[in-house]
Design a binder for this molecule. Structure first.
Ligand SMILES: Cc1ncc(COP(=O)(O)O)c(C=O)c1O
Length: 395
């Protein structure tokens, strides 16, 4: 066996999104790119904001000395300070550069945090539906993944969490705005979550870290203000990235923020710098860090995503699809009539529409639509959505 059994097994169990991706390539070759409506991937079609290119041009015309040398593992102090200032503005919490570690996107950030925190057998609890990679990240760092459900509105199911928490629970991992549901956890829920975790810390005499995965934090609709975790829980760490809010997924740039009120702050900061280095990232990309100093507060044009969301939600609802209208990110997670999400996704595929079955996110009976695509892709997919709705007996 050339590769590890475990990795082989993981690759098979996580094959839904990848499978759709490969099927998409095959169908595009067969029918032409324009005739396949690929709503399977969270790969934004939007270009980065003009300020990004202007900043890069400026940097390349006036390269600072040593621009390509090694740097401190946590990142450039100027970048960390710029991120901290912005975060302090958004949260009202006194973040400074020392509370920020630059990371190679949110995925790397989560790995750095878990590597730093987990002893073998420590539990990481997260909610279904979930970003499927969480399972692998937890296992890579010796943790035990425990999944608890969300409620009927995809909000955190705190009674389920309470039953799942044990003295071995080290991390509770949440993701808001959520992939795949688009749900934003309200401040009232976060407050109750904070109270619950503090109560459990006292009861078990342990530390439980709340890790908030926030790559979609800036992608919110309807003038909503993002409910922050920091006011509700001291042992809070957030991870974000600019994959989505600056449309830079391949540039691999993000940041970890540790609540200044977090227990063992110094250890966490030095631990995360160390794991950034020794997981092999060494540091987050230098050019992107330099650019970020000038891009705090810049975000892609959200009116475009809002329009796409509205067109899809209005049309799908009129066709009889049951869905919770997303408040953020660029995904919708409708219910599948009859519950067979694989059969439903296959039926959509016959209409050249690529989506992902809910079981790929630990929640069968739904399917995920990613709408970070061109308007014409959405418009041209409508007939197929309508035909499949009829075939499955929707109203
Ligand atoms: C919920 C969630 N977390 C983390 C990531 C990873 O983001 P990044 O590309 O910044 O590593 C993604 C990417 O799609 C995601 O959806």
């Amino acid at each position: 066996m050339p590769i590890a059994q475990k990795i082989k097994h993981y690759m098979e169990s996580a094959s839904w999104i990848r499978g759709m991706f490969e099927e998409g390539i095959r169908l595009k070759q067969q029918y032409g790119e324009d005739n396949i409506f690929d709503l399977s991937l969270g790969n934004p079609v939007m270009e980065p904001p003009p300020a990004f290119h202007a900043t890069l041009r400026q940097l390349l015309q006036n390269p600072p000395p040593g621009m390509h040398r090694y740097m401190p593992n946590a990142g450039y102090v100027e970048t960390r300070a710029a991120v901290a200032t912005q975060l302090a503005k958004e949260t009202g919490v006194a973040f400074t550069a020392e509370h920020i570690i630059m990371c190679v996107g949110a995925a790397a950030g989560i790995n750095v945090v878990l590597k730093t925190l987990l002893d073998p057998g420590d539990e990481v609890i997260f909610f279904s539906p979930y970003f499927v990679e969480y399972h692998f990240y937890v296992d890579y760092h010796g943790g035990v993944a425990k999944v608890v459900p969300t409620d009927a509105h995809f909000d955190l199911h705190l009674e389920a969490l309470e039953s799942a928490l044990t003295p071995r629970s080290k991390v509770v991992l949440i993701n808001s705005p959520n992939n795949p549901t688009g749900m934003i956890y309200p401040a009232t829920t976060l407050k109750q979550l904070g109270e619950l975790l503090q109560r459990k810390e006292r009861e078990f005499n342990t530390r439980i870290y709340l890790l908030s995965d926030e790559p979609y934090k800036k992608l919110i609709y309807g003038g909503l203000t993002y409910p922050e975790i920091y006011p509700h829980y001291p042992n809070a760490i957030s991870v974000t990235s600019h994959a989505k809010d600056l449309a830079l997924p391949a540039e691999r740039i993000g940041s970890i923020a540790i609540n200044p009120g977090c227990a063992d702050l110094e250890d966490l900061i030095s631990g995360m710098s160390f794991t950034t280095r020794t997981l092999g990232f060494v540091n987050a990309p230098a050019l992107m860090q330099r650019a970020l100093v000038h891009l705090q507060g810049v975000t892609v044009d959200m009116s475009q995503y809002e329009r796409k969301r509205n067109v899809l939600c209005d049309n799908l609802t009129a066709m009889g699809y049951q869905l919770v209208k997303p408040q953020g990110a660029f995904y919708i997670f409708p219910k599948v009539p009859g519950g067979d999400d694989v059969a439903f996704v296959q039926a959509l595929q016959t209409k050249h529409i690529l989506t992902v079955p809910g079981r790929g996110f630990g929640t069968p009976g739904h399917f995920r639509i990613a709408y970070c695509v061109e308007d014409h892709t959405i418009e041209r997919a409508m007939d197929g959505f309508r035909a499949v709705a009829k075939a499955f007996g929707m109203a």
